[in-house]
Design a protein around this ligand. Structure first.
Ligand code: PXG
Ligand code: PLP
Length: 442
């Protein structure tokens, strides 16, 4: 196999591709070979505008020298250090950097290697927290329909994507789901946050009445559901969830794997919405996607509940071989510095109205049934082809790629989340190409 030569089919068998139609892909591959700024290039040298930030993660744009230099330097200096009962300075620095984006009393950061591990970590911390406080009966979790919390057993249990759940047995016991908030009949074509649906948070009261609060550990939601097609929270919804949780002593976890690190034009969803959870899970933009890494931020109240008992006792029996991996920490520190120096979160906020105009410029095109936006997130929902759900979305995604545009597709929803360095001319190109594809495929 040589670098940019097309692969033979037989050479593609060994790699079992994730969340991919392996046979369809290998018959007709879409390959990427290089990236810089707002673009990818295919092995043949075709330029692709990245309207997906890779997979919601390359928030500072591709090919950032500051990150690759920091990573090279760290690998050469110390490639690995054991994280249990040992430390290295970069881990402490990155934890402080992350804490600087968060509410003051949420600055305790536990490192993982992905969003999925962050979710499992947060669920385990919730259980252990209640137990440490003498409320060991609080073991139930509440997720939400159409939620995505990664692919660990904890994450699929609280998640609400049928295909990610139905193959995998009984998962975690003791999980309920809130209804999702997606309501096209009432909210279609809303710019920003929809008006209708805050009352759906009151469903939490019904679940509490059924099980009793003394049995419930935590509620986990994405402030904006990303993976299932960009479901924007109705006005007042997150506030209401917060107040029901507080009333019943239930922890609220915001899964900010997508909404963290500037995606909404604020450091995190918590700052954008002005609603404070008890824990925040994050990954993706933490290292600009350059090195795998995730984290969980916990409140003082949670952290302090663990810092009891003998000083020599391990407070939390949890951690990964690669928690706070030095190379990932170096990438994370360099990434935070870029965000800070370039003011990228404020930039995303400044660009958001132009982005919203672009999204809503697609109104009236064939088969478009909804357009949604918040910060630098956009979605186009298409009318499914009768009997073939997902096919129109997939065809749109493939045709866009052929025309030099990378978007993300989930079912018949096209989701977009460009790097925060995007310029107006790129936004024009995103919606020009996508509009053309929708007309062409009509
Ligand atoms: N929580 C949320 C809210 C996510 O968006 C995860 C957890 C899991 O993170 P890892 O790093 O374990 O993948 C995610 C990841 C899509 C798509 O199609 C989105 C994600 C992953 C894969 C596909 O939009 N988000
Ligand atoms: N499986 C075995 C046999 C192990 O020894 C370990 C870690 O030592 C793991 C799984 C967990 O791996 P990680 O810490 O990378 O999640």
């Amino acid at each position: 196999m040589t670098a940019n030569a097309p692969l033979q089919r037989a050479e593609m068998e060994a790699f079992w591709m994730p969340f991919t139609a392996n046979r369809q892909f290998k018959a007709n591959p879409r390959m990427l070979a290089r990236a810089s700024g707002m673009h990818y290039w295919t092995p043949e040298g075709r330029q692709i505008l990245d309207a997906a930030a890779g997979l919601w993660c390359v928030n500072a744009g591709h090919g950032r020298k500051e990150i690759s230099e920091a990573v090279s330097k760290q690998i050469a200096t110390m490639e690995y250090a054991p994280p249990f009962q040992m430390g290295h300075p970069t881990a402490f620095q990155l934890a402080n950097d992350i804490a600087s984006w968060l509410p003051k009393d949420m600055g305790h950061v536990f490192f993982t290697n992905s969003g999925s591990e962050s979710v499992d970590t947060a669920l385990k911390i919730a259980l252990a927290y209640h137990r440490a406080r003498g409320e060991a009966s609080r073991t139930r979790f509440i997720g939400r329909e159409r939620g995505y919390h990664g692919v660990g057993f904890g994450g699929i249990s609280v998640g609400g994507m049928v295909n990610n759940r139905k193959w995998f047995g009984s998962m975690l016991p003791g999980v309920d789901h809130l209804p999702h908030t997606h309501d096209l009949a009432k909210n279609a074509y809303t710019r920003g946050m929809p008006e209708h649906g805050a009352n759906l948070a009151d469903e939490l009261e019904r679940i509490v009445a059924l099980h009793d609060a003394s049995n419930i550990a935590a509620v986990i939601v994405e402030p904006v559901a990303g993976s299932t097609g960009v479901l924007i929270p109705p006005r007042g919804y997150l506030e209401r969830l917060r107040s029901v949780c507080t009333r019943h002593g239930i922890l609220l976890i915001f899964d900010e794997v997508i909404t963290g690190f500037g995606r909404l034009g604020a450091p995190f969803g918590t700052s954008f919405f002005g609603v404070q959870p008890d824990m925040i899970t994050m990954a993706k933009g933490l290292t600009n996607g350059a090195i795998p890494m995730g984290a969980v931020a916990a409140s003082d109240q949670i952290f302090n509940a663990f810092m009891q008992g003998p000083e020599g006792a391990i407070e939390l029996f949890h951690g990964y071989t690669y928690s706070a991996h030095p190379v990932a920490c170096a990438a994370g520190i360099a990434t935070q510095e870029i965000y800070r120096k370039e003011g990228l979160f404020a930039r995303a906020s400044d660009m958001a109205p132009y982005w919203a105009d672009g999204v809503h410029s697609l109104k009236g095109l064939p088969h478009v049934i909804d357009l949604r936006n918040l910060g630098l997130i956009g979605a186009v929902e298409l009318d499914p082809i009768a009997g073939k759900p997902g096919l129109r979305g997939y065809n749109t995604f493939v045709r866009a790629f052929e025309q030099g545009l990378l978007v993300r597709v989930t079912g018949d929803i096209i989701a977009m989340s460009p790097p925060l360095i995007i310029e107006k001319q790129h936004i024009d190109q995103v919606f020009g190409v996508l509009g053309g594809v929708l007309k062409e495929l009509a």
